[in-house]
Design a protein. Sequence first.
Length: 160
Amino acid sequence: MARGGELFKREAQVFLVHVPYRGAGAVLQDLMAGQVQALVTSLPTALPHIKSGKLRALVVTSDKRSALLPDVPSAKEAGLPKFVMDFWVGLAAPAGTPQPVIDKLNKAMADALNSPEGKKRLAEQGLDAESNTPAQAAQFVAAEMAQWAAVVKAAGIKAD
């Protein structure tokens, strides 16, 4: 995740070389094999490897510790209060989808996320269930785009 590495470099004031990968699978294999030294990734991606002992979590990129990794400090505790990268997943539909369909999808997703089973399954992966309205989601995505655009611009990252 180039942007996460760049944010870490900036906040920790260290030099790192970003090695581009096409996906988490390949970089995780190389990390476990010692071909690369570090990775900024989501907890659901790394958790099975952390639990198996193949990877060691150094910090969680949040304001608070993860309940699944209580011995791993948060970025804030590690002295990097601006190294916050909350992992999120959104549901999108094609532009022009009728509002009643959007509303139905949103309600179904909120019901699933807020169900006891949904909360349990997400918590097992280190995720918190949070549902919002389509308007709130749009505002959130716009804020995320602005934040990461600034990191990408400051780092001089260009699309290949």
